[in-house]
Write a protein that binds this ligand. Structure first.
Ligand code: ZN
Length: 201
């Protein structure tokens, strides 16, 4: 399986990192070794002094598809979950300045804690979600603020890359990203459902 992540999919987040609002989706990938499941702890890597949390809704692809039409894209996922796209912001800054790829900053071991999923047809439209750290809400988002809808994202990615059952799409983070530190407890919610709950070590 593969993990595909959308960058800059919420206007306020693009602005907070001084990025232009994109005209088409920006995406990048993480390997399966990035995944952390079952609320296992996240260990801060020794190569970064600035690991940021990015809470994101995650689509679980459950059908093979290539060049999917936007109007059929909803048929390719039936569950929506929540995860964190951990980012070594200091390494990403250097990569951006030099025009280099982002993998070191985005795809490292443990950079994708993944929580539980809910059936898509039980979720309201728009979907709200949030991240609490040590009991305090630090990021909250709503799919009403997406620049590119789930369907648009699936159609776009599948022009370039075949989607397979089990692939995950991290759909971008709302504003409020910031550093995590040792002993932080991160809790991710869709609506009021706690679906992700782990500590930083
Ligand atoms: Zn992200």
């Amino acid at each position: 399986m593969k993990i595909i992540c959308i960058g800059r999919n919420y206007i306020e987040h693009a602005k907070e990192l001084n990025n232009p609002v994109p005209k088409e989706p920006v995406f990048f990938m993480k390997p399966d070794s990035a995944l952390i499941r079952n609320n296992k702890p996240f260990f801060l890597p020794d190569f970064s002094n600035e690991v940021h949390h990015e809470i994101e809704l995650v689509l679980k692809i459950d059908r093979l598809g290539k060049a999917i039409e936007e109007k059929f894209a909803h048929r390719y996922f039936h569950e929506v979950g929540i995860g964190v796209d951990f980012t070594a912001r200091d390494l990403q800054r250097v990569a951006k300045e030099k025009g280099l790829p982002w993998e070191k900053a985005k795809a490292f071991d443990g950079s994708a804690p993944l929580g539980g999923f809910l059936p898509a047809d039980t979720l309201p439209d728009p979907i709200t979600f949030r991240l609490d750290i040590n009991g305090k809400t630090v990021q909250q988002g709503t799919t009403a603020d997406l620049i590119f809808s789930f369907d648009r994202v699936i159609a776009y990615i599948s022009r370039f890359i075949t989607l397979r059952t089990g692939d995950l799409i991290f759909t971008g983070t709302p504003a409020g990203v910031g550093p995590v530190k040792r002993n932080d407890r991160l809790q991710g919610y869709i609506g009021d459902r706690l679906l992700l709950d782990f500590v930083v070590k």
